[in-house]
Design a binder for this molecule. Structure first.
Ligand code: SUO
Ligand code: CP
Length: 313
């Protein structure tokens, strides 16, 4: 694997998932990354991604360097050919090339601004690193995708499913802030690759990018969509059509016990962090149906399997 920026970078998904499961049981490669350095750059906050990826790298024997770019680094310019007379002191051309001298893999988190759809879809930060770095790039959640999260989610469903082809429902839930589409996009793309019966449910106006959802069934009646679900993935996202807008903030779509009762005693998933009693009710998060901590634990092994692939490149 040259980079892990999109799910399309995965060459053999079943093999990658199998390796992650094996690594969870037994750390078979504690020396593979010896003498190699992972550099992680964060343009946005993180708990799980930062710590699970660092842990994964260390389980492979790697050294890890972490930088919060906004607070610690020079502001980076990504536009080509500009006169750099603004507050941006360093161009991605030098920035990525210099980092490539110190790091064997560069990992980057850069959320969208949710103001200009075309700009966010252009993935300027991730693509800037890809173009000007000479080492593999690992996406730690970009404007449009969170492929490490999606790999974790696939791993979690694979481990916990009780029937060969479970019914999986992605349901929108409310949130006070405008959130990105990265997590639902990557989850949708991952479910399309897996042997699951997959449905998306959200209020009218919250359609995701149709280039992502393709022919996945979308049902606007949440109760109907949840019927017989084995897994429910709860997530907020802002409007894609009315780009970045929060169209509604009422609690009619909050995932609570009443919603759970429409399902087949479903396992409830969320990437975290989750706003309790807005996105998911306490009664669900504190129940045995919630697998959010199991999911967060799997982040380490998904990251480890991907880092192995990048190291072997
Ligand atoms: N990395 C996991 C999710 C990150 C982000 N959530 C957030 O920003 C939530 C922040 C808040 O609750 O204020 C998202 O939805 O893409
Ligand atoms: N799920 C996830 O990516 O969490 P963090 O934002 O805390 O890294």
């Amino acid at each position: 694997m040259k980079n892990y920026i999109n799910l399309s970078d995965i060459e053999d998904l079943p093999e990658l998932l199998e390796d992650a499961l094996k690594l969870k049981e037994h750390n078979s490669d504690p020396e593979l990354g010896k003498g190699k350095t992972l550099g992680m750059l964060f343009f946005n906050p993180s708990l799980r991604t930062r710590l699970s990826t660092e842990k994964a790298a260390k389980l492979l024997g790697m050294e890890v360097m972490v930088m919060n770019v906004n607070s610690d680094g020079w502001a980076l310019e990504f536009e080509d050919g500009v006169v750099m007379d603004s507050n941006k002191a360093e161009h991605i051309k030098e920035g990525a090339a210099v980092l490539s001298q110190y790091c064997d893999i560069i990992a980057v988190r850069a959320f969208p601004e949710l103001k200009d759809k075309d700009k966010d879809n252009a993935e300027m930060v991730m693509n800037g690193f890809k173009e000007y770095a000479s080492v593999p790039i690992l996406n730690l959640e970009s404007a449009t995708g969170h492929p490490l999260q999606a790999l974790t989610d696939a791993l979690t469903i694979l481990e916990l499913k009780q029937v060969k082809r479970p019914k999986v429902v992605l349901t929108w839930a409310p949130h006070p802030r405008a959130l990105p589409h990265a997590v639902p996009n990557s989850f949708v793309e991952m479910m399309q690759k897996m042997d699951v019966d997959f449905t998306i449910t959200h209020p009218v106006g919250y359609e995701l990018n149709s280039d992502v959802t393709k022919d996945t069934p979308i049902i606007h009646d949440q109760e109907e969509a949840l019927k017989d679900a084995d897994f429910v993935y709860v997530k907020n996202w802002s409007s894609y059509e009315h780009y970045g807008d929060v169209l509604r903030a009422d609690n009619a779509w909050t995932f609570n016990l009443e919603k759970l009762q429409h399902t087949n005693n479903a396992r409830v998933m969320h990437c975290l962090p989750v706003r309790r009693n807005i996105v998911i009710a306490d009664e669900v998060l504190d129940s045995d149906n919630s697998v959010v901590i199991h999911q967060a634990n799997n982040r380490t092994f998904a990251a480890q399997a991907v880092l192995k692939k990048l190291l072997k490149n």
